[in-house]
Design a protein around this ligand. Structure first.
Ligand code: TXA
Ligand code: MG
Length: 329
């Protein structure tokens, strides 16, 4: 969907007035505010119900625009931006002194991303500065992948929702920290570990010394209905057992339904990770509306191409398993 110049102009006026504007990116929809306006940023946290210590990604048009937000540009970060921007990659870098603590959660780093979606690019070009934006969902919920899902999440907490159609990637960006001479993968996404490795060599895993990011927290991206990931080989027997107990069941699977029941809602997403990832959040929302006692999700392959999906499914299930939301941004 192409940008409508009148809507972009309206969005810029609102951002300049300190209002919130939701906009499409190729990953998920973002809830945007002027990244230099602490009062506007405070509105993001209020609208999401998100703790203020969780830092936001600053969206920029590209590497040139990123410069004013950072204290230095490590060579690895330059190469990653050259390779993957605009695109589904966020870089965590040492922040410039002027960047407000409202964006960084008081950390010494800032997260930057140049999105590829034409509406996001048009908005950034017209606004001419950074736009701070988390995913446009309420705290703890599934990220929105279409304009209607943003409205369902935020209602009139957001002044304007720019409609860019359904998101092409459907999962949040890959987050990589380039700090202290190390490149660390903080959140898996459409840009895979081996694609990163091809550009910069060694990729470290997040550890206790890495910056905080959802990649290291347990629960995230959760539907309201209890969700369990079931190994493919166990799915049929678990489904039969659940139905035998009389409950209503929703299943998200790669395969076809092995049994039919009027108490079974079955959503098949297939075996291609790009298509699966694109459809995942909309499917979880749909199954969440099915009034089922629980959602079963058929496990996905351990293959790298499924890593971001496996990560999100694990976190969607963790809320129930662990009984606590620790970082559901
Ligand atoms: O695809 C995406 O990344 C979407 C679109 C809208 O760009 N945005 C998104 O934002 O997923 P959010 O806030 O829902 O998730 C970004 C995560 C946050 O959980 C935050 O902890 C982490 O990025 N983050 C932000 N700044 C950081 C920093 N300076 N250091 C470490 N992690 C950071
Ligand atoms: Mg989020």
């Amino acid at each position: 969907m192409l940008p409508d110049p009148a809507r972009i102009e309206e969005a810029v006026t609102l951002l300049n007035a300190g209002e919130l504007v939701a906009f499409p990116t190729e990953t998920v929809y973002g809830l945007g505010a002027d990244a230099k306006n602490p009062a506007a940023i405070a509105r993001i946290f209020a609208a999401k119900g998100r703790p203020v210590s969780h830092p936001l990604i600053v969206h920029v048009s590209g590497l040139a625009a990123a410069q004013e937000w950072i204290a230095l540009l490590p060579d690895a970060a330059r190469r990653l931006a050259d390779a993957f921007w605009p695109g589904p990659l966020t870089l965590v870098l040492p922040k410039a002194a002027a960047v407000t603590a409202a964006v960084t959660g008081g950390q010494a780093t800032v997260a930057l991303r140049a999105p590829a979606h034409p509406v996001a690019r048009a908005l950034l070009a017209a606004f001419g500065s950074g736009i701070a934006a988390p995913s446009a969902n309420r705290y703890g919920r599934i990220s929105p992948t279409c304009a209607a899902d943003v409205r369902e999440e935020l209602g009139d907490r957001v002044a304007l929702v720019l409609d860019g159609g359904p998101c092409e990637v459907g999962l949040e960006s890959t987050i990589v920290a380039c700090l202290d001479g190390r490149v660390t993968l903080l959140r898996p996404g459409a840009v895979s570990r081996s694609q990163l490795r091809d550009v910069v060599g060694k990729i470290a895993d997040a550890d206790a010394a890495s910056p905080r990011a959802p990649g290291r927290d347990r629960s995230h991206y959760a539907p309201r209905t209890e969700l369990a990931v079931i190994e493919a080989g166990q799915l049929r027997s678990e489904v039969e057992r659940s139905l035998a107990s009389g409950e209503r069941l929703a299943v998200l699977a790669r395969s076809e339904a092995p049994v039919a029941s009027d108490r079974l809602v079955w959503r098949q997403l297939g075996n291609r990770p790009a298509e699966y990832g694109r459809a995942l959040y909309a499917a979880l929302r749909e199954l969440d509306r099915a009034n089922a006692a629980r959602i079963f999700v058929e496990g996905v392959p351990a293959d790298e191409s499924w890593a971001a999906i496996a990560d999100r499914l694990g976190r969607a299930a963790a809320q129930v398993a662990d009984g606590a939301v620790t970082d559901a941004t």
